[in-house]
Design a protein around this ligand. Structure first.
Ligand code: KIV
Length: 274
């Protein structure tokens, strides 16, 4: 177990460092976080990238989809994570509707997100359709991570959360989208829920890192939603998810003990009183 380092001993991860990690064959670790307490633990554990995913809409607010989360809500979550992160690169999702209308609106919202949250980089879903916007955001000085495959902001177009790009036509489109994002200047691309062989092909063709979720073991890094891998989200158990703890059980049992102690007058005792 590592001892927490002082601020001046911590080397902040940069987008350039991630590209070197790919070149050196060093895998990249990425997890989501949406609040200060969780982000502090994730950062101190040595995470490379913390993502304030728009999955906050599901995980933190209980919505069915990611579509309803707003700029204000994402800025609140991202600013909380930024206050916690010393080492990790902090990447924030641009919410649905803030970059799809046109490039000018996209770049304006991107600047606002970075200015008001303090995050290091942004993630946008989509391929060639959003390349002009991606270029404009990068030209404004903001690093961009792409996101291809299962892109939850398009869930109503897909109609299902099933694996994407199993057919040749969709797989070829995904490969050309990945190249377009690299040429536009993205520093990395998330590949979500696609066949492992396709993710391996994209990873070998691109010089920027790929970060997989449900995309097999050949990508340059992996990402999961933190509450899912900690076993806090009882109903969600897709094949790609490895659960590293069962916090649902731990938390429920702790809360039940507290209820018991309050009801039986055991808490607080004399030592816990002034
Ligand atoms: O919103 C999110 O959590 C994500 C990851 C699953 C990649 O986009």
């Amino acid at each position: 177990m590592s001892v927490a380092k002082k601020d001046d001993e911590i080397k902040k991860i940069t987008t350039h460092r991630l590209v070197s990690m790919k070149q050196l064959g060093e895998k990249i670790s990425m997890l989501t976080a949406y609040d200060f307490t969780m982000a502090t633990l994730v950062d101190q554990a040595g995470m490379d990238i913390i993502l304030i995913g728009d999955s906050a809409s599901n995980v933190m607010a209980g919505h069915e989809t990611t579509l309803s989360i707003t700029m204000e809500q994402m800025i609140y979550h991202a600013a909380s994570v930024v206050r916690a992160a010393r080492r990790a690169l902090v990447v924030c999702d641009m919410p649905f509707g803030t970059y799809q209308v046109n490039a000018t609106e996209g770049v304006k919202n991107a600047i606002r997100m970075v200015q008001e949250s303090g995050c290091d980089a942004l993630k946008l879903e989509g391929g060639v359709e959003i390349v002009d916007t991606v270029k404009r955001i990068i030209n404004a000085g903001i690093p961009v991570m792409g996101h291809l495959g299962l892109t939850p902001q398009s869930i109503h177009k897909f109609g299902t959360y099933a694996v994407r790009a199993k057919e040749d036509a969709e797989a070829e489109k995904l490969v050309s989208d990945a190249h377009a994002l690299e040429e536009a200047g993205c520093f990395a691309v998330v590949l979500e829920k696609i066949p492992a062989a396709l993710a391996a092909r994209v990873t070998s063709e691109l010089s920027i890192p790929t970060i997989g979720i449900g995309a097999g073991g050949a990508t340059d890094g992996q990402v999961l939603v933190v509450q899912d891998m900690l076993g806090m989200n009882q109903g969600f158990k897709p094949k790609f998810l490895r659960q590293y703890a069962n916090l649902a059980e731990t938390i429920t049992s702790a809360v039940q003990s507290y209820i018991h102690d309050v009801k039986t007058n055991d808490f607080p005792n004399e030592k816990e009183s002034y």
